[in-house]
Write a protein that binds this ligand. Structure first.
Ligand code: AHM
Ligand code: MG
Length: 339
């Protein structure tokens, strides 16, 4: 199967400009925001590629050769995104997995009409072992479109269905940028030699049903009976052969595979994490928008993830995301309607 589905040569910037053509009222502010964000992603991609060299170059110790304190890659990625996005005049407020509260735009810079939420480096436990990691982002309009003041927590605590755009960068064997603004999902691949993301897969549609499940099954004994029964069911040969298990431990990477191959990715509640472990605002909402835009389904076992009304920046929710038929079946089991 080939994933190269595009013959036109289109950069991410060109693609966004073309999309803006559908919106005659667009001011260009949004393209500026995306341009700044993709710059940050390119810088993070470069540093992820150097991660294995840092020890030998002496730059991952807490003190580097210049006597300066050096940041871990996830803190570094957080700072890169902040520094790329704080001064463009496009944003009124940000929030990140790495920062406790909202992130203010510095006083000296203009405040714009958008809100950015992000997980700068998802899968951080995989950084040191050369396994795929990612950056997730989610973009909203501010609540008061006329305001030129700082945004606040209310701007950040919007439900996922209000996202203007969402996406992730996946730093794997290649760096890919998966993006939606509500007109389907497009995949761009980073070409290091030209320093740009090129469109490689347009309007991705995921399979209605897959053959792979993805979950941290080490937590089996901590799960509900319904959840245990669902995974037991996937291992039986009722489907012709048992489902395969794939779990990378980086949500971006597990979702990326699910997007292409289908199947289901889950982080259910367990006796340690009553609401699951993944964060609603900057992990689940953007990933759920991507999955839905590709024809999949994303719920917390009961409700659509994008409909959950958030109350806290770092709140968690259960996640069942992937091919529509697989997620529907999982819901039947976890809600006790299937034995
Ligand atoms: P992180 O953003 O701090 O790296 O944590 C989130 C990660 C997800 O990418 C992944 O799906 C999950 O945590 C893995 O958790 P576990 O080790 O409990 O399976
Ligand atoms: Mg994360």
């Amino acid at each position: 199967m080939s994933f190269l589905r595009v013959s036109r040569l289109v950069t991410i910037e060109r693609h966004i400009a073309e999309e803006q053509g559908f919106h005659p009222s667009a001011t260009g502010e949004y393209s500026g925001l995306l341009r700044d964000l993709t710059l940050a992603l390119r810088i993070i991609a470069r540093d992820v590629r150097r991660a294995g060299l840092n020890d030998v170059l002496g730059i991952t110790d807490s003190i580097n050769v210049h006597g300066e304190t050096v940041k871990k890659l996830d803190e570094f990625a957080n700072e890169v995104i902040f520094r790329a996005m704080d001064h463009g005049g496009h944003l009124c407020v940000m929030a990140s997995e790495e920062s406790k509260g909202i992130i203010k735009i510095p006083d000296e810079y203009a405040k714009g009409k958008y809100v950015l939420l992000f997980d700068p480096l998802d899968g951080s436990s995989n950084i040191d072992v050369n396994t795929t990691i990612g950056t997730i982002f989610s973009i909203y309009r501010r609540l008061d479109p006329q305001s030129t003041e700082d945004g606040d927590e209310r701007d950040v605590l919007q439900p996922g269905y209000k996202q203007v755009a969402a996406g992730y960068a996946c730093y794997g064997s290649a760096t890919t940028l998966v993006y939606t603004s509500g007109h389907g999902v497009d995949v761009f691949t980073y070409d290091q030699t030209i320093g740009d993301f090129l469109l490689t897969h347009e309007k991705v549609r995921m399979p209605k049903q897959g053959k792979i499940y993805s979950v941290n099954e080490g937590n089996y004994t901590l799960w509900s009976d319904g959840m245990k029964r669902y995974v037991d069911h996937l291992k039986k040969q009722e489907h012709g052969k048992p489902y395969s298990l794939r779990y990378i431990g980086t949500a971006v990477a597990d979702i990326h595979r699910t997007l292409h191959y289908g199947g289901i990715f889950m982080y259910p509640s367990d006796s340690r994490y009553p609401n699951g472990k993944l964060r609603l605002l900057y992990e689940l909402n953007p990933l759920a928008m991507i999955i839905e835009q590709a024809g999949g389904r994303a719920t917390d076992g009961m409700n659509r993830i994008l409909d959950i009304i958030p109350t806290e920046i770092h709140q968690c929710a259960q996640a069942f995301m992937g091919s529509e038929l697989d997620v529907l079946e999982a819901e039947l089991f976890v809600n006790g309607h299937h034995s």
